[in-house]
Design a protein around this ligand. Structure first.
Ligand code: PEP
Length: 257
Protein backbone atom coordinates (compact mmCIF):
# COMPACT_ATOMS: atom_id res chain seq x y z
CA UNK A 1 0.00 0.00 0.00
CA UNK A 2 1.39 3.38 -1.02
CA UNK A 3 1.59 6.17 1.57
CA UNK A 4 0.04 9.35 0.28
CA UNK A 5 0.94 12.58 2.05
CA UNK A 6 -2.24 14.32 3.26
CA UNK A 7 -2.94 17.60 1.50
CA UNK A 8 -5.19 20.53 2.32
CA UNK A 9 -6.01 23.05 -0.40
CA UNK A 10 -7.68 26.40 0.30
CA UNK A 11 -9.79 27.75 -2.54
CA UNK A 12 -10.24 31.42 -1.78
CA UNK A 13 -12.32 32.04 -4.91
CA UNK A 14 -13.08 35.71 -5.57
CA UNK A 15 -12.55 36.78 -1.98
CA UNK A 16 -10.23 39.31 -0.44
CA UNK A 17 -8.89 41.57 0.65
CA UNK A 18 -5.33 40.70 1.04
CA UNK A 19 -5.36 41.39 4.80
CA UNK A 20 -8.10 38.82 5.40
CA UNK A 21 -6.29 36.23 3.28
CA UNK A 22 -3.01 36.84 5.09
CA UNK A 23 -4.74 36.44 8.44
CA UNK A 24 -6.08 33.10 7.34
CA UNK A 25 -2.56 31.69 6.85
CA UNK A 26 -0.50 33.82 9.26
CA UNK A 27 -0.29 30.99 11.77
CA UNK A 28 1.52 28.74 9.27
CA UNK A 29 4.58 30.92 8.97
CA UNK A 30 7.68 29.47 10.58
CA UNK A 31 5.99 26.15 11.37
CA UNK A 32 6.50 22.74 9.84
CA UNK A 33 3.44 20.74 8.90
CA UNK A 34 3.70 17.11 7.92
CA UNK A 35 0.67 17.63 5.71
CA UNK A 36 1.01 19.56 2.48
CA UNK A 37 -0.80 22.89 2.55
CA UNK A 38 -1.73 24.82 -0.57
CA UNK A 39 -3.56 28.12 -0.89
CA UNK A 40 -5.21 29.28 -4.11
CA UNK A 41 -5.68 33.04 -4.02
CA UNK A 42 -7.14 35.21 -6.78
CA UNK A 43 -4.43 35.64 -9.47
CA UNK A 44 -3.77 39.24 -8.53
CA UNK A 45 -2.65 38.22 -5.01
CA UNK A 46 -0.35 35.34 -6.01
CA UNK A 47 2.88 37.33 -5.85
CA UNK A 48 2.05 39.03 -2.59
CA UNK A 49 0.93 35.78 -1.04
CA UNK A 50 4.19 34.12 -2.08
CA UNK A 51 6.09 36.91 -0.44
CA UNK A 52 3.96 36.72 2.70
CA UNK A 53 4.45 32.95 2.92
CA UNK A 54 8.14 32.86 1.99
CA UNK A 55 9.18 31.56 5.42
CA UNK A 56 6.55 28.88 5.40
CA UNK A 57 6.19 25.55 3.68
CA UNK A 58 2.83 26.54 2.22
CA UNK A 59 2.48 26.17 -1.56
CA UNK A 60 0.57 28.45 -3.87
CA UNK A 61 -1.94 27.22 -6.43
CA UNK A 62 -4.04 28.99 -9.02
CA UNK A 63 -7.81 28.65 -9.27
CA UNK A 64 -7.73 28.13 -13.01
CA UNK A 65 -5.36 28.06 -15.98
CA UNK A 66 -5.81 29.00 -19.61
CA UNK A 67 -6.18 26.27 -22.18
CA UNK A 68 -4.08 28.44 -24.48
CA UNK A 69 -0.32 28.76 -24.45
CA UNK A 70 -0.01 32.37 -25.59
CA UNK A 71 -1.48 34.83 -28.06
CA UNK A 72 -4.53 37.01 -28.49
CA UNK A 73 -6.62 35.66 -25.60
CA UNK A 74 -7.56 38.71 -23.55
CA UNK A 75 -7.87 38.04 -19.85
CA UNK A 76 -6.18 34.64 -19.90
CA UNK A 77 -3.19 33.41 -17.86
CA UNK A 78 -1.09 30.53 -19.13
CA UNK A 79 0.34 27.58 -17.24
CA UNK A 80 3.84 28.80 -17.99
CA UNK A 81 3.04 32.23 -16.49
CA UNK A 82 1.57 30.64 -13.38
CA UNK A 83 4.65 28.49 -12.95
CA UNK A 84 6.89 31.52 -13.43
CA UNK A 85 4.84 33.41 -10.85
CA UNK A 86 5.57 30.67 -8.30
CA UNK A 87 2.52 28.41 -8.46
CA UNK A 88 2.99 24.69 -7.90
CA UNK A 89 -0.64 23.59 -8.22
CA UNK A 90 -3.66 24.65 -10.24
CA UNK A 91 -7.33 23.86 -9.85
CA UNK A 92 -8.95 22.64 -13.04
CA UNK A 93 -12.64 22.19 -13.78
CA UNK A 94 -14.06 23.50 -10.52
CA UNK A 95 -17.84 23.18 -10.66
CA UNK A 96 -18.23 26.96 -10.59
CA UNK A 97 -16.11 27.17 -13.72
CA UNK A 98 -18.09 24.37 -15.33
CA UNK A 99 -21.48 25.89 -14.49
CA UNK A 100 -20.73 29.59 -14.93
CA UNK A 101 -17.91 29.71 -17.47
CA UNK A 102 -18.86 26.83 -19.76
CA UNK A 103 -15.92 24.63 -18.95
CA UNK A 104 -16.32 20.99 -19.85
CA UNK A 105 -14.33 17.79 -19.83
CA UNK A 106 -12.72 18.62 -23.16
CA UNK A 107 -11.39 21.98 -21.93
CA UNK A 108 -10.28 20.33 -18.69
CA UNK A 109 -8.29 17.78 -20.70
CA UNK A 110 -6.37 20.53 -22.48
CA UNK A 111 -5.77 22.35 -19.21
CA UNK A 112 -4.51 19.22 -17.47
CA UNK A 113 -2.07 18.67 -20.34
CA UNK A 114 -0.88 22.30 -20.18
CA UNK A 115 -0.41 22.13 -16.43
CA UNK A 116 1.60 18.91 -16.61
CA UNK A 117 3.75 20.22 -19.46
CA UNK A 118 4.66 23.18 -17.24
CA UNK A 119 5.28 21.13 -14.11
CA UNK A 120 2.22 22.45 -12.32
CA UNK A 121 0.27 19.82 -10.39
CA UNK A 122 -3.29 19.83 -11.72
CA UNK A 123 -6.06 19.38 -9.18
CA UNK A 124 -8.81 18.07 -11.40
CA UNK A 125 -12.24 18.69 -9.87
CA UNK A 126 -15.07 16.29 -10.61
CA UNK A 127 -18.44 15.65 -9.03
CA UNK A 128 -22.11 15.11 -9.69
CA UNK A 129 -24.91 17.60 -9.14
CA UNK A 130 -27.99 17.03 -7.02
CA UNK A 131 -30.17 15.86 -9.87
CA UNK A 132 -27.56 13.35 -11.00
CA UNK A 133 -27.23 12.03 -7.46
CA UNK A 134 -31.01 11.75 -7.13
CA UNK A 135 -31.11 9.88 -10.44
CA UNK A 136 -28.38 7.54 -9.16
CA UNK A 137 -26.02 8.29 -12.03
CA UNK A 138 -23.14 9.58 -9.87
CA UNK A 139 -20.77 6.81 -10.94
CA UNK A 140 -21.55 7.29 -14.64
CA UNK A 141 -20.94 11.02 -14.33
CA UNK A 142 -17.62 10.51 -12.56
CA UNK A 143 -16.44 7.85 -15.00
CA UNK A 144 -17.15 10.16 -17.91
CA UNK A 145 -15.49 13.13 -16.25
CA UNK A 146 -12.37 11.08 -15.55
CA UNK A 147 -12.19 9.40 -18.95
CA UNK A 148 -12.75 12.57 -20.95
CA UNK A 149 -10.67 14.94 -18.81
CA UNK A 150 -7.73 12.53 -18.78
CA UNK A 151 -7.99 11.23 -22.32
CA UNK A 152 -4.52 10.66 -23.74
CA UNK A 153 -2.86 12.04 -20.59
CA UNK A 154 0.05 10.05 -19.21
CA UNK A 155 0.44 10.10 -15.46
CA UNK A 156 2.93 8.81 -12.93
CA UNK A 157 0.52 9.24 -10.02
CA UNK A 158 2.30 11.81 -7.91
CA UNK A 159 1.92 14.43 -10.65
CA UNK A 160 -1.85 15.00 -10.25
CA UNK A 161 -4.56 15.29 -7.60
CA UNK A 162 -8.23 14.55 -8.15
CA UNK A 163 -10.78 16.44 -6.08
CA UNK A 164 -14.20 14.89 -5.64
CA UNK A 165 -16.54 17.81 -5.09
CA UNK A 166 -20.22 16.87 -5.19
CA UNK A 167 -21.89 20.03 -6.45
CA UNK A 168 -24.73 19.67 -3.96
CA UNK A 169 -22.22 19.92 -1.11
CA UNK A 170 -20.33 23.01 -2.25
CA UNK A 171 -21.13 26.07 -0.18
CA UNK A 172 -24.34 24.51 1.14
CA UNK A 173 -23.26 23.42 4.62
CA UNK A 174 -24.40 19.96 3.56
CA UNK A 175 -21.17 17.95 3.37
CA UNK A 176 -21.18 14.36 2.17
CA UNK A 177 -21.02 11.95 5.08
CA UNK A 178 -17.58 10.36 5.53
CA UNK A 179 -19.07 7.00 4.50
CA UNK A 180 -20.58 8.32 1.28
CA UNK A 181 -17.42 10.27 0.49
CA UNK A 182 -15.28 7.16 1.09
CA UNK A 183 -17.50 5.02 -1.12
CA UNK A 184 -17.15 7.52 -3.97
CA UNK A 185 -13.40 7.96 -3.45
CA UNK A 186 -12.94 4.23 -3.52
CA UNK A 187 -14.86 4.14 -6.79
CA UNK A 188 -12.69 6.92 -8.23
CA UNK A 189 -9.55 4.99 -7.30
CA UNK A 190 -10.96 1.90 -8.97
CA UNK A 191 -11.61 3.90 -12.12
CA UNK A 192 -8.08 5.30 -12.00
CA UNK A 193 -6.81 1.75 -11.60
CA UNK A 194 -8.64 0.80 -14.80
CA UNK A 195 -7.16 3.80 -16.60
CA UNK A 196 -3.60 3.75 -15.25
CA UNK A 197 -3.00 0.52 -13.36
CA UNK A 198 -2.85 -0.10 -9.63
CA UNK A 199 0.62 1.29 -8.97
CA UNK A 200 -0.19 4.71 -10.42
CA UNK A 201 -3.72 4.82 -8.98
CA UNK A 202 -2.37 4.11 -5.50
CA UNK A 203 -0.14 7.15 -5.76
CA UNK A 204 -2.81 9.63 -6.87
CA UNK A 205 -4.07 11.79 -4.04
CA UNK A 206 -7.84 12.09 -3.88
CA UNK A 207 -9.34 15.08 -2.10
CA UNK A 208 -12.86 15.63 -0.86
CA UNK A 209 -14.41 19.09 -1.17
CA UNK A 210 -17.82 20.44 -0.19
CA UNK A 211 -18.70 22.19 3.08
CA UNK A 212 -15.62 20.95 4.91
CA UNK A 213 -15.11 22.62 8.27
CA UNK A 214 -13.17 22.02 11.48
CA UNK A 215 -15.92 19.75 12.81
CA UNK A 216 -16.09 17.26 9.94
CA UNK A 217 -12.45 17.33 8.75
CA UNK A 218 -11.23 14.59 11.07
CA UNK A 219 -13.82 12.00 10.07
CA UNK A 220 -13.40 12.75 6.38
CA UNK A 221 -9.61 12.56 6.56
CA UNK A 222 -9.66 9.29 8.43
CA UNK A 223 -11.29 7.52 5.46
CA UNK A 224 -8.95 5.19 3.62
CA UNK A 225 -9.22 6.75 0.17
CA UNK A 226 -9.55 10.39 1.21
CA UNK A 227 -6.06 11.87 1.11
CA UNK A 228 -6.92 15.49 1.53
CA UNK A 229 -9.52 18.22 1.53
CA UNK A 230 -10.35 21.08 -0.80
CA UNK A 231 -11.75 23.80 1.39
CA UNK A 232 -13.73 26.83 0.24
CA UNK A 233 -15.62 28.92 2.79
CA UNK A 234 -13.89 27.54 5.89
CA UNK A 235 -10.45 28.37 4.47
CA UNK A 236 -11.26 32.05 4.91
CA UNK A 237 -11.72 31.54 8.64
CA UNK A 238 -8.31 31.25 10.36
CA UNK A 239 -9.74 29.24 13.24
CA UNK A 240 -11.35 26.66 10.95
CA UNK A 241 -8.50 26.51 8.46
CA UNK A 242 -5.80 26.02 11.09
CA UNK A 243 -7.84 23.29 12.79
CA UNK A 244 -8.39 21.50 9.46
CA UNK A 245 -4.66 21.63 8.67
CA UNK A 246 -3.82 20.38 12.15
CA UNK A 247 -6.09 17.40 11.59
CA UNK A 248 -4.25 16.63 8.36
CA UNK A 249 -0.94 16.93 10.17
CA UNK A 250 -2.10 14.46 12.82
CA UNK A 251 -3.08 12.12 10.01
CA UNK A 252 0.28 12.57 8.31
CA UNK A 253 2.20 11.97 11.54
CA UNK A 254 0.21 8.82 12.20
CA UNK A 255 1.34 7.51 8.81
CA UNK A 256 4.96 8.03 9.76
CA UNK A 257 4.76 5.86 12.87
C1 PEP B 1 -15.13 24.71 -3.19
O1 PEP B 1 -15.72 25.61 -3.74
O2 PEP B 1 -14.15 24.14 -3.73
C2 PEP B 1 -15.61 24.29 -1.88
C3 PEP B 1 -15.29 23.10 -1.46
O3 PEP B 1 -16.38 25.20 -1.21
P1 PEP B 1 -16.99 25.02 0.27
O4 PEP B 1 -15.90 24.43 1.14
O5 PEP B 1 -17.34 26.41 0.69
O6 PEP B 1 -18.15 24.13 0.15
Amino acid sequence: MHTRRPIIIANWKLNGGLDLLCTSVASFIGKHHEAEIVVCPPYIYIREMLNFLRHSEVFIGSQNVSKFESGAYTGETSAQMLKEAGCEFCLIGHSERRSMFRENNASCQIKVARALANKLTPVLCIGENEEQRDNQVTKDVLTRQLEESLEGIELTGDDICIAYEPVWAIGTGNAASPEIAQEVHQFIRQELTCLYGAETAQKIRLLYGGSVNKNNAKDLLSQQDIDGLLVGGASLDPDHFLAICQQATIQAEAQLV
